[in-house]
Ligand binder design. Structure first.
Ligand code: SF4
Length: 328
């Protein structure tokens, strides 16, 4: 498969009066065309900031991309003009935000909102764009006859379908979905996930799915990156991660979840709190909460170790510097 996205050493900070919030600290992400990556972690781990970074939508000030590169189809998005970026946004890369209720314009019909994106990015007439909007509605399971309805005439799950239709209207190469089902109830969640899975197959869209829900990951993702305190601490294929989680934080998150076949649950709370992002611990950022931590963990920052093909862990145990066997 062809490489689509290659993020290298991405570092994003927010400069505030209370100090520098170190939201994203040198992360690497690779994604091939058509692949789905689950970006998993607790609130405050830096997942949404990473997504905003890829879209170049980090609010500045106070946000600032300090370091790194985001290569998309071989070009560094951090080097191109704002005008070029505007053409990529919504066209080649689109994003679905957490709350479907606030992402739609209440005074425009859903058809107009889908057609608007198509008109901006494709050289078509208003009439053709509306026709395409009807097709997109059908694709996400909404009858085309509802093209002239307003958002308030739809339920939460239907609104999220409209948002997916907008996001996919230009057949993007990459879709970033930030907790796309969190605001929905469980049955509707499952329907929306099914829909995303089908569309992924049909459109061959690569996806970054941001979530704290391991059930969602198991349902949709090919590979997974676990984030903690602005770093990626473990990257693996879906199977590798569920069958053989290696980072103490990942193992903690999984709690008692044994494997893919059994019912998965929400992330288990881990003892202790996420560190203050303006004052991150030295050494391994997880050391204050890690049951395996040794003295060296508070002094030396772990490197990323590849323990099997494509399975990488950022922990001193796998550098042979801490003697412990991680078990769940
Ligand atoms: Fe735990 Fe040390 Fe590994 Fe960090 S480096 S996860 S503190 S064992």
């Amino acid at each position: 498969a062809k490489e689509l996205l290659n993020i290298n050493n991405l570092t994003i900070h927010y400069i505030t009066d209370d100090g520098t919030v170190k939201a994203v600290n040198g992360i690497d992400i690779k994604l091939n065309e058509g692949e789905t990556l689950g970006l998993v972690g607790e609130t405050g781990a830096g997942k949404t900031t990473t997504a905003l970074g890829i879209m170049r939508l980090v609010p500045n000030p106070p946000g600032k991309i300090i370091n790194g590169s985001i290569e998309f189809e071989g070009r560094n998005l951090l080097d191109i003009s704002e005008e070029e970026m505007r053409m990529i946004r919504g066209n080649k890369i689109s994003m679905i935000f957490q709350d479907p209720m606030t992402s739609l314009n209440p005074v425009m019909t859903v058809g107009e909102q889908i057609a608007e994106v198509i008109e901006i990015h494709q050289n078509v007439s208003k009439q053709e764009a509306m026709k395409k909007a009807e097709e997109m509605l059908e694709l996400v399971g909404i009858p085309a006859t509802r093209v002239n309805d307003y958002p308030h005439q739809f339920s939460g799950g239907m609104k999220q379908r409209v948002i997916i239709a907008i996001a996919l209207a230009c057949n993007p190469k990459l879709l970033i979905a930030d907790e796309p089902t969190t605001a929905l109830d469980v049955t509707i969640q499952a329907q929306v996930l099914d829909l995303m899975n089908n569309l992924k197959e049909e459109f061959k869209t690569a996806m970054i799915l941001i979530t704290h829900d391991l059930g969602v990951v198991a349902e949709v993702c090919d590979k997974v990156a676990i984030m903690y305190a602005g770093e990626i601490v473990e990257t693996a294929s879906l199977e590798q991660l569920f069958e053989n989680p290696r980072h103490p934080y990942t193992v903690g998150l999984f709690g008692s979840i044994p494997n893919l076949e059994e019912e998965v649950d929400r992330l288990k709370p881990i003892k202790g709190l996420m560190p203050d992002p303006t004052n991150l611990p030295k050494g391994c950022k997880f050391h204050p909460r890690c049951p395996y931590a040794k003295d060296i963990c508070s002094k030396q920052e772990p490197k990323i170790t590849e323990i099997e093909n494509g399975h990488k862990v950022k922990c001193l145990i796998y550098e042979g510097l801490v003697d412990a066997e991680v078990k769940r």
